[in-house]
Each structure stands twice: as C-alpha cells, then as structure tokens.
Design a protein around this ligand. Structure first.
Ligand SMILES: Cc1cc2nc3c(=O)[nH]c(=O)nc-3n(C[C@H](O)[C@H](O)[C@H](O)COP(=O)(O)OP(=O)(O)OC[C@H]3O[C@@H](n4cnc5c(N)ncnc54)[C@H](O)[C@@H]3O)c2cc1C
Length: 503
C-alpha cells in the first residue's frame, strides 16, 4: 500500500546528536517500563519501521511499550532529557505516515494500554485506554444495546488513540459524525511529562473546547493515555440496500438526490466497476460484474422512521437509474455485504500487484465530474483507478493501481495520486477526509492553506508542545516551518467564493 512513495520523495531528517549513548538512554527507559518493554535491539526495531504507509521506513532509536499514564509520563521525561523526538503509535494502521518514526526518536507504542477502564451506560460514556481496538468498544456493550459509532474500515485492528489522533471516520460517520463528535474527554501527557485532563465527561463544559484541538492533531500535541467516548443506543431497526447503476454518474446523482430529499442515511458507500470486480474476487459476495457502479446504503432509526425513509431512498434510486435494488434477506447476508465493502482496500490485491490509496474530499454534488477527471488523469499515465468511498460525505478513496515491477509505473502512480489531490482542491474540497496528512501529504498543505493559516495552526500546536517534540516534521510543510512547499498557493474555492461574496 502506497509502496515506494517516499523513495522518490524522501523524508529527510537528521537524527539528533544525542549527548548520551544508547545504552544510557536504554537504562533510563528501562527504569520506567522495565527491560522487557524497552526495545533497542536493531533487529527487533525493524518491526516498528513503518505504519500503513509502507513505502516510507525509518528505524526508531528505541521503542517503549508503557502500560500506565505514569509510565508514559516517565518515558516522555527521559526522551526529552536526552533530546529525543517522540512518536506515538497505536496499531500502526495509519495510511499517511503519522506513526512513521523520525530519525533518533523514541517510539511510544500504546497497544498495551488496551483496557476498558469504566462503563457508564446511564450517562452513555466509556473510559478506555488508548490501545483499545475500535471494534472492541462496541463489542463490549452490544449485549446491553449500545455501540460506538465511528467505524473505520480498519476497525477490527486500529486503536482508539490512533482514531483520536486522526479524527477517524468510517461508513457510518455520515449520520453520526466523526471521532471528534464521539470523544468528550482525554488524559494527555504533554512534552514536559505533565499529565493534563482535557474536556469533560459532563455535557457542555465551560471554557474553550480543547478536546477538539486534541482530536485530529495527528499525535503532535501530546500522548493520549485515556479517553472518554460517547456511546449510542443501537438503533431499533437498520435497513440495508445494495443498488447497481450503469455508471458512477447515476449513482452520484442518486446520492445527491437522497440527501437533497432530507433523508440522512446512516451510510452511503459507492463502488465503481473495478472496485466491485476486486471485492467479488476477494470476498465472493454475489454482486453483478456487468454494472458501472453500486451503492451500499444503511438507513437506521426507529421502525416507523426507517420503513418510511428506506422506501423513499429506494424510490429515488430507481428514479435516478438503478438497474437493480437488492435487500439482504437476513443478518448474515447484510454482514457479507458490509464485509465486501470493508475489505475493498485489501481486495485490490486480486486485480493489481500494487495500489496507492488516496484520500480526498469534494462537495458531494461534484462526484460525477471529479470521478471523470480522475479517470482521465489516470488513463493519461496509462494506469487504472478503482473507486470505493464514503459517497455521502464526498470522501473519495481512489485506488491507483500499478505494478512496481514495471519501470516507471510506481512514479506515475504517485504523480496521479498528487494530481487527484489537486483536483479535490480545485473543486473546493480537501486533501484528506480521514487518513490524515502525516508525512505523506505535508507538501500539499501549502496548496490548501496560506501562510497565515499554517502559522496559526502551528501556533496552536506549539501552545501544547513548544519544542515540537511530538511527531516533528509531519503535517506542516517545510521550509516555512521547516521543509519545502512545492506548488504555488492559490485561493481555495471557498475563499474565492467568499471574496466574490464580499466584493
Ligand atoms: C485497510 C485499512 C482501512 C482503513 N479504513 C479507514 C477508514 O475507513 N477510516 C479512517 O478514518 N481510517 C481508515 N484507515 C486508516 C487508519 O486505520 C486510521 O487512521 C486509524 O485511526 C489509525 O489507528 P492506529 O491505531 O493504527 O494508529 P497509528 O497508525 O498507530 O497512528 C496514527 C496517528 O496517531 C498517533 N497516535 C497513535 N496513538 C496515539 C495516542 N495514544 N496519542 C497521541 N497520538 C497517537 C500517531 O502518532 C499517528 O500520528 C484504514 C487503514 C487501513 C489499513
């Protein structure tokens, strides 16, 4: 996935000149977490060289696996005393290099802090360690009729800490909102080892909403060591339907009309012909291969509401050109349909040796036009692109297919992936919907934001972490804040509209 990316765009950062030897650092770290949870052997460190952005690899100087907030604070103090940068890591499934080590860093792996600490169903809150796996939150409370809404496709492996750092989304975030809408409080270890409580379990706390500054901060303000998440009641009824269309044009029109009609589906996912082919080959779902696109949609709520809205949504699908509309006959069939969708990235391996996952956002109404531009840009490079995405949010995931064994293909795939982001910006969208900026997209930040915006963001970050100890050289383009900024800044479509409005 995204293999080879940074080979042609190297992530360059010198390891800091450490005043002390690795042995001295290891001894100090082992004093906090014990020898067994402190990794310094070069062979063992290779496990932690990359996250889901596998083309970028940097070996950390040391890795620790703390189990408590006090241990996290202790290792942070040791790292800072020795002048080491710090990179937090959850499950390492991130796709933008957020958990990629930086040279000479201490990698703090939070996966052992995976306990559910308190469940308060009366107030619909759960306190968890950052290493708790997303799906385990819902599993723990499903018997009582509750669940945790944000559901990234990686939910069976990714951690709540990683979700918080990336403000992760998922199929059902259209109706229920992203991680930021479901985390109410966090315990955070700052760069000087101080432990602070941010947010509140109570509704409507006083003061600035600092939890919103932590969620989506890509591990750059501190290490989350506990989080309080919001729980929802499992809806009384969920109706799922799968509709096929001649092309993504009709499927896109269907999504726009459904939302314009005031229906808020829990999820609307679109797959194009190539994505359907890969999914069918990988998961054996019984989906037709002679269609141009498909939508997988959930409508949920009370029985009375769902019967009404599902019927209205199906009628719109038929009116906008659906070839066929299928309802799953039972829970097993429904689960298989969703398994198909959620396995889509991995399924690409069935139709291509390599693929590059892109993540961009566009206004929902522009889906058809943007998909056509993406297809043209990809074809120009002699490559194929599969699309599988959160259509209701306009959050695209074009998967640029290539064969790394063919000289030049990898480079052309990277080029197209960059062009896709530029198309998203031109249509008034953004360079990431949910996978974050990390190291992968830092160079595009300067195309989306002006100097003043970037400086303001950095100012907020430095309020928490003045020395930029956490995740240095990520998210922000340099050299403005330390690296290079290819491409010229042009006003974003929203700014341009504002200017027209003001004029
Ligand atoms: C097949 C696949 C499907 C995916 N589908 C989706 C999807 O539908 N939606 C989506 O949003 N994402 C998706 N992702 C991306 C990824 O799973 C998410 O970004 C996820 O939130 C990362 O969690 P993690 O535990 O793996 O974090 P990591 O990759 O370990 O870290 C991610 C970032 O969080 C920081 N971090 C981790 N833990 C902490 C902590 N405790 N405190 C502070 N910072 C921390 C790291 O420094 C890094 O910047 C997908 C990935 C894969 C491989």
């Amino acid at each position: 996935m995204n293999e080879g990316l940074l080979r042609s765009n190297p992530f360059v950062m010198q390891a800091p000149d450490l005043p002390t030897s690795l042995n001295a650092i290891a001894a100090d770290l082992a004093e906090v977490v014990g020898k067994a949870r402190c990794v310094v052997d070069p062979a063992d460190l290779r496990t932690y060289e990359c996250d889901g952005l596998t083309g970028a690899r940097v070996r950390p100087m040391a890795v620790v696996l703390p189990e408590t907030t006090a241990e996290v604070a202790g290792v942070v103090r040791v790292a800072r005393r020795h002048g080491m940068p710090i990179v937090p890591r959850g499950s390492g499934t991130g796709l933008s290099g957020g958990a990629l080590p930086v040279p000479g860093c201490l990698l703090v792996v939070l996966s052992r802090m995976n306990r559910i600490l308190a469940v308060d169903l009366e107030n619909r809150r759960m306190r968890v360690g950052p290493g708790v796996i997303n799906l385990d939150v819902s599993r723990a409370i499903a018997p009582q009729g509750y669940y945790y809404a944000p559901d990234p496709s990686s939910q069976s492996v990714c951690s709540i800490g990683g979700n918080i750092a990336e403000n992760s989304g998922g199929a059902h975030c259209l109706k229920y909102g992203f991680t930021v809408n479901h985390v109410v409080a966090a315990t955070v270890v700052l760069a000087d080892g101080a432990v602070v409580e941010i947010g509140s379990e109570a509704a409507d706390p006083l003061g600035y909403d600092l939890i919103a500054a932590v969620v989506g901060s890509e591990g750059m303000v501190g290490i989350v060591t506990e989080a309080v998440v919001r729980l929802l009641r499992t809806p009384e009824l969920t109706r799922t339907f799968f509709a096929t269309f001649p092309s993504t044009d009709e499927a896109g029109a269907c999504v726009s009309e459904i939302v314009a009609a005031g229906i808020v589906p829990a999820a609307v996912e679109m797959m194009d012909a190539l994505a359907i082919e890969a999914i069918v080959k990988a998961t054996h779902v019984d989906w037709p291969l002679d269609v141009g696109a498909a939508l997988l949609m959930d409508v949920d709520g009370t029985r009375a509401e769902v019967e009404h809205t599902a019927a209205a949504a199906v009628a719109i699908a038929r009116r906008t050109g659906a070839i066929e509309v299928r309802m799953p006959k039972n829970d097993a069939e429904r689960a298989l349909m969703w398994k198909g969708r959620k396995s889509a990235f991995a399924a690409m391996g069935r139709i291509s040796p390599n693929y590059y996952v892109q993540d961009g956002v566009i206004p929902r109404s522009e889906i058809s036009k943007v998909l056509r531009e993406i297809a043209t840009a990809t074809a120009r490079e002699g490559l194929r692109v599969a699309n599988v995405f959160h259509a209701g949010d306009g959050n695209l995931h074009p998967l640029v297919l290539y064969d790394a064994r063919v000289p030049g293909e990898e480079h052309r795939a990277e080029k197209v992936a960059g062009e896709i982001l530029q198309i998203c910006i031109r249509y008034g969208g953004s360079i990431t919907g949910e996978h974050g900026v990390g190291v992968d997209k830092a160079k595009y930040m300067g195309e989306l934001f002006g100097d003043a915006d970037l400086e303001t963001m950095n100012f907020v970050r430095c309020t928490f972490d003045p020395e930029r100890a956490f995740n240095p050289n990520k998210v922000f383009p340099t050299p403005r804040l330390c690296g290079d900024v290819p491409g010229r800044y042009a006003p974003h479509a929203v700014e341009a509209n504002d200017a027209v409005g003001r004029g």
